[in-house]
Design a protein around this ligand. Structure first.
Ligand SMILES: *[C@@H]1O[C@H](CO)[C@@H](O)[C@H](O)[C@H]1NC(C)=O
Ligand SMILES: *[C@@H]1O[C@H](CO)[C@@H](O)[C@H](O)[C@H]1NC(C)=O
Length: 273
């Protein structure tokens, strides 16, 4: 009688290893949403035998304690994880966060044997907010230097920001991208495009935000704000009356930015002489 019991348990333990396993698909979660980690049980015996999961646990690689475990209807660990059902080893993860990204080891105890060495991977993504675009200086001088900034945050993983002008010339090579991590681990991308000499015919300038798969997520355009006011001239000043004579067309064509800048610079020069 004793021998018989030992024989059956040994037999069950050995054969179960080859009979039952779990396969999970790579899960891509969206930040803040529920992620389903789809898993299924594979057996070499027929599907007539109903499989009931009595215990399960998932441990993130590199960590010692399971993030989630379930036994006798009690769920412990991270309460965002849930077993789909006692017949389905799939997991549901609510309120997905960047920190959930990684490889997991999965173990389950069923009425047909213990499942070990199952793994699944979670990667996460978040869409970037529409970009905001600005220039420095705020008012651009024709032919002068200008920096353009394009910022987009709240996305994950890191993507890219590309720059184009009105003729669709690609200016991305003149830009530098900085990616910083926010407190919630989502990213902020900030691209700075530097022109040493800006030509107003290039406007509007456009920045395009791309995700890590180089798919466009948003774009923004900016029209240049030019220095459009004639510098205040004081006719009583002898220096400036000279300026008025030479550059008298300033008042006649106040919308011409090049001329205005010249007047302005010349005025400064005169005052320092
Ligand atoms: C974009 O980011 C840069 C660098 O962090 C900052 O200097 C600039 O003010 C930001 N611009 C906008 C429109 O948020
Ligand atoms: C623009 O230039 C960047 C950097 O060289 C490149 O990766 C991107 O594919 C270009 N985009 C287009 C539409 O040509």
């Amino acid at each position: 009688m004793v021998l018989y019991v030992i024989f059956t348990s040994v037999c069950f333990g050995t054969s179960a290893k080859f009979l039952i396993s779990v396969e999970c698909q790579h899960a891509v979660g969206v930040i803040g949403r529920t992620t389903k980690i789809s898993c299924s049980i594979k057996t070499t015996f027929g599907s007539d035998q109903k499989i009931i999961i009595s215990a399960a646990s998932a441990t993130k690689r590199g960590e010692t304690d399971p993030v989630f475990w379930f036994q006798n209807d009690v769920v412990k660990g991270d309460h965002r994880f849930k077993l789909a059902s006692k017949n389905d080893p799939s997991l549901l993860l609510t309120d997905t966060a960047v920190s959930d990204e990684g490889q997991y080891d999965y173990t389950a105890v069923t009425n047909r044997g213990i499942i070990k060495d199952a793994t699944f991977r979670i990667s996460v993504k978040a869409k970037y907010n529409p970009p905001s675009i600005s220039t420095w200086p705020v008012k651009i001088v024709e032919g002068g230097p200008a920096d353009f900034y394009c910022n987009s945050s709240g996305g994950y993983p890191a993507g890219a920001i590309h720059w184009f002008d009105s003729t669709n010339t690609n200016w991305t090579m003149s830009a530098t991208l900085e990616v910083t991590e926010r407190e919630d681990q989502l990213l902020e991308m900030s691209s700075k495009l530097t022109f040493t000499s800006i030509d107003s015919s290039w406007e509007p300038i456009r920045c395009v935000v791309l995700n890590s798969k180089f798919v466009k997520e948003g774009e923004s355009t900016i029209h240049l704000m030019r220095i459009d006011e004639c510098p205040s001239l004081h006719p009583s000043s002898p220096h400036l009356s000279m300026g008025m004579v030479t550059l008298g067309s300033c008042t006649a064509a106040p919308e011409h930015p090049i001329l205005l800048v010249n007047v302005f610079l010349w005025k400064i020069q005169l005052q320092f002489q």
